[in-house]
Design a protein around this ligand. Structure first.
Ligand SMILES: Cc1cc2nc3c(=O)[nH]c(=O)nc-3n(C[C@H](O)[C@H](O)[C@H](O)COP(=O)(O)OP(=O)(O)OC[C@H]3O[C@@H](n4cnc5c(N)ncnc54)[C@H](O)[C@@H]3O)c2cc1C
Length: 551
């Protein structure tokens, strides 16, 4: 065969495409976390393996690409000029939603009465949530909110009874029609207004009594997944800020008065629709007592914060495995990149950080599996915001470093790591930005001092053999007790998250990993960027724990 007259060169030393992956079997670190903190019996093992294989296919990755390259479109009016207020999604988005709901990620922790469905349900769900977040993040938003909504509905038994059966259905039904005509429902949340998101007490949207129900007048500045079937919304009622359930359709079957003004043009998270909305006397029902809106919706917010952490873990893994894959194939200066001492140090350091985040996230999920245990409740109360601050904030720098491991190829849109980079800051922002998380931890420490002291004592015991742990505890106590404690809250919260991560590693990972993490992070001797060298034998252990496939 003669060479093409147009061939100028042979292509070599480019990394092969990842192709089909196995998100469970190729991730021993994830398996270790589920084993340590969940109930990994044979049935769950089989189910997670099947899930990891399916979500790792090139077909699922392609759905993710298409859903982001074909973002949702707002149809404000129909062709005849009538208000439509509908959002159209690409079929790939629907395919992702269908698969995720079939796996029950929106509901698997809830039994028919809204109580925990079975022991270990949160950890098992976290594994599926993380693996699917490795593939696509935008469609997580309605899944996560639907799952979390039950946390608020628990405050209003009549609403729970009405909505939970359809929340628990695994048959995705995107039809735009009243909930009672549908196989399943999804739910969203409306808290943030133009004049303030973190400070929801500044909400001006008001609620007026209309018989047993209410009419809501006002707006929301961020209102994601607007095609959901109902929303948990905060509005000012007579007795103060109150939580409401606002369905997309009124009881008489007419479309409710939610007017979608426009969709946000976002940095990332393109497959997900985030809208600006006005409520023009929208029908709603009270969820929880009047004036207790924050207390009610916190039941939902705590769960979405947990999912911000778990979703962030998905991004970390997706970026890290690409870096490892690239470094295993790419030659530079006569060696595979993975064998160049400095690249080994960078990737091992990244893998170490991911191990800690993973252990922390799954230890946290375990706390949600024990809602009636006071110690676990204290863990969830303080470590949810601490982990959200620590893990979600690490994502942009982490993805950036992984991207750089791939050189110029990392910066090219065709590589999905570019999409991860745009996605990276989001989990830290929504559901409470970094400072808000630190202030929330501080509030918990101040209001529930005994519970906080008890938690620190337990963490101290769990980390007593680790270098730097004692000094870290003294530092945390000092910063939270400082006269200027608000200004110290970030440092103290990060240190608390690192201590909890070290404890979680000690319980779930090989001892050498917990030890080096503690040495680096608790003693505060780590550099500001990744690349602190680790012993060669440990690097050999870390790489396959993050991504065991080598071919
Ligand atoms: C893509 C996307 C989708 C979203 N979807 C939804 C949705 O569906 N529903 C919904 O209700 N919201 C949604 N949000 C809104 C999101 O939850 C808020 O943007 C977020 O909570 C921050 O609120 P804010 O934008 O009003 O910022 P602000 O509250 O103005 O905060 C700005 C900055 O100030 C800091 N800050 C605030 N108070 C203090 C303080 N006391 N001390 C120190 N620092 C402080 C914050 O940490 C933050 O860094 C979405 C946001 C995004 C980006």
């Amino acid at each position: 065969m003669t060479a093409s007259p147009f061939a100028t060169h042979e292509v070599f030393n480019q990394t092969p495409s990842l192709g089909d992956m196995d998100l469970w079997n190729d991730d021993p670190a994830l398996q270790g976390a589920v084993r340590a903190f969940g109930r990994l019996d044979n049935e769950l093992l089989k189910s997670l393996a099947a899930f990891g294989e399916r979500w790792g296919t090139a077909e699922m990755a392609e759905f993710g690409r298409l859903a982001n390259e074909n973002p949702p479109k707002l149809r404000t009016y129909d062709p005849h000029g009538y208000r439509a207020d509908r959002v159209e999604f690409h079929p790939a988005y629907h395919a992702l939603m269908r698969e995720r709901m079939a796996a029950g990620i929106h509901c698997s922790t809830w039994g028919p009465d809204g109580k925990l469905s079975k022991p270990g349900a949160f950890v098992a769900r976290a594994a599926r949530q993380m693996m699917s977040a490795e593939v696509e993040q935008g469609h997580q938003c309605p899944i996560v909110m639907t799952h979390a909504a039950t946390g608020a509905l628990l405050s209003e038994p009549s609403l729970l009874k009405e909505w939970l059966p359809k929340i628990r259905s695994r048959e995705y039904d995107p039809a735009f029609q009243p909930a009672d005509m549908k196989a399943s429902v999804t739910l969203g949340m409306g808290m943030t207004e133009k004049q303030g998101g973190s400070d929801v007490r500044a909400n001006t949207t008001r609620a007026e009594r209309d018989g047993d129900a209410y009419r809501i007048i006002g707006h929301k500045w961020f209102f994601s997944a607007p095609m959901s079937d109902a929303f948990l919304v905060l509005a000012q009622a007579n007795d103060g800020l109150t939580c409401f359930l606002m369905p997309r359709f009124q009881p008489d079957g007419r479309v409710n008065a939610l007017r979608l003004r426009r969709l946000k043009d976002k940095l990332g998270n393109r497959s997900n629709a985030s809208s600006e909305v006005e409520f023009q006397g929208a029908y709603a029902r009270r969820c929880g007592p009047e004036g207790e809106g924050i207390k009610t919706i916190i039941g939902m917010v705590a769960l979405t914060r947990l999912d911000c952490v778990i979703g962030a873990l998905g991004i970390l893994r997706a970026a890290l495995l690409q870096a490892i894959h690239h470094a295993r194939f790419r030659m530079a200066f006569q060696k595979k990149l993975i064998d160049q001492p400095l690249m080994r140090a960078v990737i091992a350091d990244l893998a170490l950080e991911r191990e800690a985040a993973l252990a922390l996230g799954f230890r946290l999920a375990r706390a949600f599996d024990h809602p009636n245990d006071a110690d676990e409740a204290a863990y969830a109360r303080l470590i949810t915001p601490a982990a959200k601050l620590y893990v979600c904030k690490m994502v942009p720098g982490f993805v950036y470093e992984c991207l750089e491991c791939m050189g110029g190829n990392g910066y090219i849109e065709e590589n999905s790591i570019a999409r991860l980079y745009r996605e990276a800051p989001l989990n830290a922002i929504w559901e409470g930005s970094g400072n808000i998380m630190a202030l929330d931890v501080l509030r918990g420490v101040m209001r529930e001092g005994d519970a906080a002291e008890g938690l620190l004592a337990r963490l101290a015991k769990e980390t007593e053999a680790l270098p730097g742990a004692h000094a870290a505890i003294v530092r945390i106590q000092k910063e939270f007790a400082s006269a200027n404690r608000e200004a110290h809250a970030r440092r103290a919260t990060e240190a608390l998250a690192q201590l909890a991560a070290a404890a979680a590693l000690a319980a779930s990972a090989p001892p050498a990993i917990a030890e080096i993490y503690a040495t680096r992070r608790l003693s505060g001797i780590a550099g500001r960027n990744y690349g602190d060298p680790v012993p060669d034998a440990l690097a050999e252990e870390l790489f396959p724990r993050s991504f065991s496939r080598t071919a």
